[in-house]
Design a protein around this ligand. Structure first.
Ligand SMILES: C[S@@+](CC[C@H](N)C(=O)[O-])C[C@H]1O[C@@H](n2cnc3c(N)ncnc32)[C@H](O)[C@@H]1O
Length: 395
């Protein structure tokens, strides 16, 4: 069972739900799921990432690899050091969460002796950007002064170095579809109980019983019909058409270097596997995962797994080279996680690090479901994180 909401959470969820209900009514009674998800996550002041929920970490809704252990970010730093040694320039992190990875990477690079000219962060969440600033503030001046926050992507061709995105692609709004007789039909969101809860103009009536959201089938989604061969009626899944424009815009900034993407995901043939009948959409609330995006609106995370074949196609179309595709475990082993765990004198610290490494590496935890993809431009440096495995043939 999911934890009960506090009074504040209840108020916030109701305001977010009312906002989306009004959006649906204003749109004529049907909103694509991608638009619903966009509002639920990013509506100013109401969306999950725009408002003040704790979100990441043990006291939040979900835990990401940089929050589990700094071992993760130290490994990423090793990979960054190799690229920066070849290119010079900067690190640009997209969606930096609490800032923990940024801070750990800068400290590690200072130890290795390959600091970036600057560490730029592009964060769409004002709330998270605030937390990043507080964390960066505690760094020594020589590191702190390298960190800048951007409000948009840098100018085309202006970035040399590394672009990082950990669990950002899974936060992009997705379209959802259902299969009927070999074709895919888009699933949208409608409101039920609206008679009691809305005025004739479509605005919700204060004090009236709140309407609920319901799934509602829309028109054929040809871009999804192309993906699904021989899938049974009722098969439901997602596709993220925002991936290609996202990759294209990030790629445009990158003059030379590597874009490293870390996320849970699959090659397409596994993503649309006949047994995955209910897709990959998941919601996270106070460390519980569930499948209902229509509850706890604005106070829970909504995500979907990443179709890495789509990412690779988008990268190729944008002129990037798909240089590597490995599991998170292979990446971390290639960048030296074992030695980092063992080379510690204090027994208690060694035991703690061993436990954290297990969570990052084990197949039943994050080791296999999370993948790492390297997309490069004009880069001639070996990438140690991708040396032990090559899953590109599966894409
Ligand atoms: C699941 S969190 C991951 C945070 C952090 N990278 C980590 O691993 O702990 C997703 C992050 O991506 C950010 N985000 C979502 N869409 C974005 C976009 N289009 N550009 C940049 N950041 C974005 C969110 O605000 C949030 O910081």
């Amino acid at each position: 069972m999911l934890p009960l909401l506090t009074a504040d959470e209840n108020r916030h969820a109701q305001a977010a739900r009312d906002f989306i209900c009004e959006r649906i009514l204003a749109a004529g009674g049907w909103l694509s799921f991608a638009d619903f998800m966009e509002s639920a996550l990013y509506a100013p002041g109401l969306g999950y990432y725009s408002a003040g929920a704790v979100k990441l970490g043990a006291s939040g809704d979900f835990v990401t690899a940089p929050e589990i252990s700094d071992l993760f970010s130290r490994c990423v730093a090793r990979q960054c050091a190799d690229v920066l040694a070849a290119t010079g320039g900067q690190i640009l992190e997209l969606g930096a969460g609490t800032g923990r990875m940024a801070v750990t990477i800068l400290k590690s690079l200072a130890e290795i002796g390959v600091l970036p000219e600057r560490y730029a962060i592009l964060e769409v969440s004002a709330d998270l950007a605030e937390r990043q600033r507080a964390r960066v503030e505690a760094l020594p001046a020589g590191l702190r002064e390298r960190v800048v926050w951007l409000d948009r992507l840098p100018a085309p061709g202006s970035v040399r170095g590394v672009v990082l995105a950990n669990e950002v692609l899974d936060a992009l709004p997705v379209q959802r579809f259902v299969v009927r007789s070999g074709k895919a039909f888009e699933l949208g969101v409608s409101v039920v109980g609206v008679g009691a809860g809305a005025s004739a103009s479509g605005a919700l009536v204060t004090g009236a019983p709140a309407p609920d959201f319901a799934w509602c089938e829309g028109a054929e989604l040809p871009s999804a019909s192309e993906l699904i061969t021989a899938l049974p009626n009722g098969y439901t899944s997602e596709l993220c058409s925002r991936v290609e424009p996202w990759i294209a815009s990030v790629s445009q900034c990158l003059a030379q270097g590597a874009l490293l993407l870390f996320d849970y995901g699959l090659p397409r043939s596994h993503y649309y596997h006949p047994q995955r009948v209910d897709g990959t959409l998941r919601c996270y609330f106070k460390q519980r995962a569930h499948n209902d995006p229509f509850i706890n609106v604005g106070i829970q995370d909504i995500t979907a797994w990443v179709d890495f074949t789509r990412v690779a196609d988008g990268a190729l179309a944008a002129g990037l080279e798909v240089t590597g595709f490995v599991t998170q475990a292979a990446f971390l082993l290639g960048t030296g996680i074992e030695a980092m765990t063992i080379e510690v004198d204090d027994v208690a610290t060694r035991a703690r690090l061993a436990g954290e490494a297990r969570r990052l590496l084990m197949p039943g935890e994050m080791g296999e479901s999370f993948k790492v993809m390297a997309l490069c431009r004009d880069l001639d440096a070996p990438l140690r994180g991708f040396a032990h495995q090559d899953l590109r043939g599966s894409l």
